[in-house]
Design a protein around this ligand. Sequence first.
Ligand SMILES: NC(=O)c1ccc[n+]([C@@H]2O[C@H](COP(=O)([O-])OP(=O)(O)OC[C@H]3O[C@@H](n4cnc5c(N)ncnc54)[C@H](OP(=O)(O)O)[C@@H]3O)[C@@H](O)[C@H]2O)c1
Length: 275
Amino acid sequence: MTQPMLTLNDGRQMPQLGFGLWQVPAETTADTTATALRLGYRLVDGAAAYRNEEGQGDGVRASGLPRGQVFVTTKIWNNAQGFDATLRAAEEGLSRLGLDHVNLLLIHWPCPARDLYVDTWRALIRLREEGRALSIGVCNFNAPHLERLITETGVTPAVNQIEINPRLQQPDLRAVHARLGIITQSWTPLGGGHSFSAPAITAAAKRTGKTAVQVILRWHIQIGASVLPRSTRKEGLAENLDIFDFTLTEAEMTAIAALDEGTRCGPDPATFDMM
Ligand SMILES: NC(=O)c1ccc[n+]([C@@H]2O[C@H](COP(=O)([O-])OP(=O)(O)OC[C@H]3O[C@@H](n4cnc5c(N)ncnc54)[C@H](OP(=O)(O)O)[C@@H]3O)[C@@H](O)[C@H]2O)c1
């Protein structure tokens, strides 16, 4: 199946839809990954902190797809921030994945109180130069963190992976991304189910014959974000992939925009500092 691709600011291409591996048990991650890739996904989002990178790499190999057809993401955890620690952590991550490079390497959180994220970013720039990561980006960075990276290193992240769902739409940060040429990638895209029964969602689901989940994922696609739903069920993975045969109207997009309450499911990046 043909999926939309996004062009990153380094010229590389990234599938717009992916699947996430947070909280996927290590012992089933290879199966989940291979199942998703066989269904048609081409982007797998992992992280050192998810403790399932071995399964992520095994699943990529078990899918039977050529490595060049799979977009593999991993992330540097907070306890590995700083230039040397990040270089070491990236090599350890590649070793767990069993890969010689990832497509996208991200800083997982800025942890601003520790003030190491610029040094961490310099390590990612080095890793990109060495071909260990084809593209580099960040997660959970607010506008001042992004501006500082760019001012101090001259390198703009390709992606900022942030919490986005109908209850937390972050329009201001998305506008900053658009201005800087950064792709928004949505985590916890389903928002814990909080909007599933909102009339804006159910009405669009009824009109299109789709589920609430598919309407929400389609909304992410139409705001131009890359989106990373997670399901450990084959039916859920298939449902979340089946979002490219319908379009939400402008009125439906406006109605969903009105669901924004600025309420997070996850932690606040300004203060989150878990090691
Ligand atoms: N960078 C970061 O800081 C960060 C933070 C959080 C997440 N992420 C990434 O974003 C990914 C997605 O976020 P998430 O895992 O928090 O949440 P999510 O995808 O918004 O939601 C996952 C939940 O929704 C359920 N679900 C999925 N598809 C469904 C469907 N079609 N119908 C009904 N229920 C469905 C899943 O249950 P079932 O398994 O039973 O289907 C699971 O309980 C993560 O896996 C991770 O890769 C990144």
